[in-house]
Design a protein around this ligand. Structure first.
Ligand SMILES: [Zn+2]
Length: 497
């Protein structure tokens, strides 16, 4: 007996022991990752209990996905969790003239540009977007430029509720910082510090992380998210890693990612950020470090020697004109390498595709880094960074965290090998189903627990409200039209004849 998969209940865990069958399924077997044709995954409660060609035991139901690929859900180490503002600046540069560095006269009166409700809403909306893209595990990241200082515990309490409602597996911790970079009157970047404020935020973040650890039936875990390295003082980093060691949680810290950081950290500490953290003795396998695009050979040696995981986010890097140098080279050095989305769209398939191209450009070789290597980085390596052998793979005993991709999509026909089809032919738009913890969270663009059409309208209003406030925190306070000019001159009324 086979049931059409459209009968699989959205937002629920099917009762009993059930199978999801399809043309292709990934299986992580003791001998390694394998591709099974006409296979199935058997699930009971929150776990995969079997994967192979045909389960002979008793089942409550068998749902057939047809011409599809069943694989592990993606593990997103730098998961977009706000209404992305980075995209506003891609054609509008430099960033410091576009509201991405506070002028001194705004820094003194910086305020929360979103209400608490808007902050909570954007997390819920972003979590739905991740599920639409087959992402089942997420470490949220958001911009701090529109904030009064760091992120708040209140919005992360709301994020924990949203994760539970939508069923996304998350590692949560508000971002905090003891410093920042501002523009003085002359437009020169200057580091500024408020250590007391940042240490206070860290204390609140640690209490939050401890409180949420293992909540929502195990969907929610704690993490530490100090903001980019140039906004952290030594005391903040020491205390962060001491808390993380005590609670056994991951720490994510952006470093080796850009020019502003390179200049600021060199000025403050006389070396690169990875070397500074090595000197402080805090580099460890607990650390997840986006983006490593400006890492030196010595920085990479520090990462390799200490088991640091680089969170590779090729889409945002490529849009900035940079890339890892390179994915293949870091792997050859033995560096742990997971993936993140970081920017809009939060599309891991697109990130694998761009990562593959950027790697081959950086290597100057057409055979560097296969589709399977990127698929492994987006699944297995992310799970390893989180020390979670029960996610990022499909094997008996693992969590039933699954993403199903359409292999009969009319835009990518003909299909070749399914993993190669995904990376060479598709984007995350071919994600048909996302299952987390044995529960169907997303089916054909519908996410249980959120009305996406209504949310889309609210997103646009909220985002336009934020854009209207850009002049307040942009150097020289030019009008919006000057900060973000249209691609072509606008014609707003019917031209007169
Ligand atoms: Zn990032």
């Amino acid at each position: 007996m086979t049931t059409a998969w459209s009968a699989l209940p959205l937002g629920k865990r099917p009762a009993g022991r059930w199978a999801l069958a399809s043309r292709f399924a990934i299986a992580d077997l003791p001998e390694g990752r394998r591709l099974i044709t006409d296979g199935e995954v058997v699930i009971e409660s929150d776990r995969v209990i079997w994967v192979g060609r045909r389960f002979e035991g008793e089942l409550s139901a068998r749902y057939d996905m047809g011409d599809a690929l069943i694989g592990p859900g993606f593990v997103d180490l730098d998961a977009l969790s706000d209404l992305d503002t980075t995209v506003l600046g891609m054609d509008n540069q430099p960033g410091w003239k576009k509201g991405r560095v506070w002028p001194a006269d705004y820094a003194d009166r910086a305020y929360e540009m979103y209400s608490q409700e808007e902050l909570a809403f954007q997390k819920r909306y972003a979590f739905a977007q991740l599920l639409l893209n087959g992402i089942t595990s997420a470490l949220p990241i958001a911009s701090l430029f529109y904030r009064a200082w760091g992120e708040t515990v209140a919005e992360f309490e709301a994020a924990a509720v949203a994760a539970e409602d939508l069923g996304l597996r998350v590692w949560l911790g508000p971002a905090y910082r003891t410093g920042g970079v501002i523009l003085d009157e002359a437009g020169t970047m200057q580091p500024v510090f408020d250590e007391e404020r940042g240490l206070g935020e860290l204390a609140a973040a640690a209490a939050f992380a401890k409180r949420v650890q293992g909540s929502a039936g195990g969907l929610v875990s704690g993490m530490f998210a100090p903001d980019r390295v140039e906004t952290c003082t030594e005391a903040l980093l020491h205390r962060t890693f001491a808390h993380a060691d005590e609670l056994d949680m991951p720490v994510r810290l952006h470093m080796a990612q850009g020019e502003m950081e390179l200049q600021t950290v060199r000025r403050l500490h006389g070396m690169t950020a990875p070397q500074w953290l090595d000197r402080l003795g805090v580099l460890s396998s607990r650390l997840i470090a986006p983006h490593a695009t400006v890492a030196t050979d010595d920085d990479l040696l520090c990462y390799a020697a200490n088991g640091v995981t680089v969170a590779h986010c090729p889409l945002v890097s490529a849009r900035h004109g940079s890339s890892l140098k390179s994915f293949s080279m870091l792997k050859a050095k033995g560096i742990r390498l997971g993936m993140g989305t970081d920017t809009a769209p939060p599309d891991m398939v697109l990130n694998m595709a761009v990562g593959m191209m950027a790697n081959r450009l950086a290597e100057g070789k057409g055979d560097a880094g296969s589709a399977a290597e990127f698929y492994d980085a987006a699944t297995l390596a992310g799970a390893d960074a989180l020390k979670r052998p029960d996610i990022g793979r499909i094997t008996p005993g693992a969590k039933a965290d699954i993403a199903v991709f359409d292999m009969a999509d009319r835009m990518i026909a003909p299909r070749i090998d399914p993993i190669q089809t995904l990376v060479y032919g598709a984007t995350g738009r071919v994600t048909r189903a996302t299952i987390v913890d044995g529960r169907l969270c997303m089916r054909d663009g519908a996410v249980a627990g959120i009305d996406l059409a209504a949310a889309r309208a609210q997103v646009q209003t909220q985002f336009e409200g934020l854009i209207a406030r850009y002049p307040e925190r942009t150097f020289g306070h030019p009008p919006v039209q000057e900060i973000f000019p249209p691609s072509y001159p606008l014609v707003e009324n019917e031209p007169s004849s």
